[in-house]
Write a protein that binds this ligand. Sequence first.
Ligand code: NAD
Length: 362
Amino acid sequence: MKLNIVCIPGDGIGPEIVAQAKKVLDKVGEVFGHEMNYTDILMGGASIDAYGVPLTDEAIATAKAADAVLMGSIGGDTNTSPWYKLPPEKRPEAGLLGIRKALNLFANLRPAVLYPELKGACPLKEEISGKGFDLLIMRELTGGLYFGERKTVTENGMKKAIDTLTYTEEEIRRIAVKGFDIAMKRRKKVTSVDKANVLDSSRLWRAVVNEVAKDYPEVTLEHMLVDNCAMQLVRDPSQFDVVLTENMFGDILSDEASMVTGSIGMLSSASLNDTKFGLYEPSHGSAPDIAGKDLANPIATILSASMMLRYSFDLDKEADAVDAAVDRVLKEGFRTGDIYTEGCEKLGCNAMGDRIAERIVA
Ligand code: NAD
């Protein structure tokens, strides 16, 4: 199979971590007989320096023509970088918002996995972390409260702020379909999270999710109120497989789920549209404090590349091989500085990429 991948190395540690992901993908290509075809585009600070804007129309067109986009991270030190003296629409992050919009990426996937070898980093008690967990937050990304009409008015001398939360059946259906499709590739359980005891938008959400569920008889569906879900994520995260939720609830719950793993350098993410196309990137930022020092953990980006194989190319066996190589390297005791504990062998970014690539087997 020929895989046309656009890469956005980006800023800070971005180029270092994307190089490791490419190394692993190249090994996948070699072992499983696929042709990796990469095209690099600039975004964020790198694009500002080259073209004066964080994302050009040409870069968007190149991304649209690819099968998937693999990104490092964008942005600089927000206190010292000259990029942050520019107006907001010219800053690095505007590039990311721009590409998400241009590619209609409405589904955001954030896995939160606790590896047994890294459970020391988990802030939860041993009796909870000991069970491990592997869940995925599926967040609607382009609707709801963050995109509704908003205004501030003055009534009888008192200021009043209004935000509007709207969802159409169609917006709910397309994210629900994505959630169930992804559950079919995992442990076949969906927890749909809403606030149906209060909000009309949540009652519609629940009704549409129930309808979609009829097409997925193998998937177990449960509904959970968002306040309960926030508690359950720290009480027993192992109960979850796919957590399907709207934009604002997903924003909050995905950060909570990330935190309970305790290892930011390990967390991958994906944003998908209604085709197989997706943008894959680590959940962390560009870590300007360690950029260019061969200190970054490339695993989040490598696991994002694995998600790309699984969700954009349906190459599940190949994705499993990448996940297994990461598992093996951790079991063998190799660590980058951010996840290092005594008794392990500390590696730089490049050597970690090498070790993982070497362990890709069919
Ligand atoms: P950050 O995630 O870049 O860094 C937070 C801390 O985690 C730092 O100490 C950093 O060294 C460490 N860290 C992060 N990733 C690591 C890795 N792979 N290996 C080892 N250590 C790692 O967050 P920040 O400092 O708040 O933001 C820095 C820049 O990144 C800002 O410009 C911000 O806007 C940008 N950012 C970009 C994205 C994105 O591109 N999607 C996301 C978040 C932040």
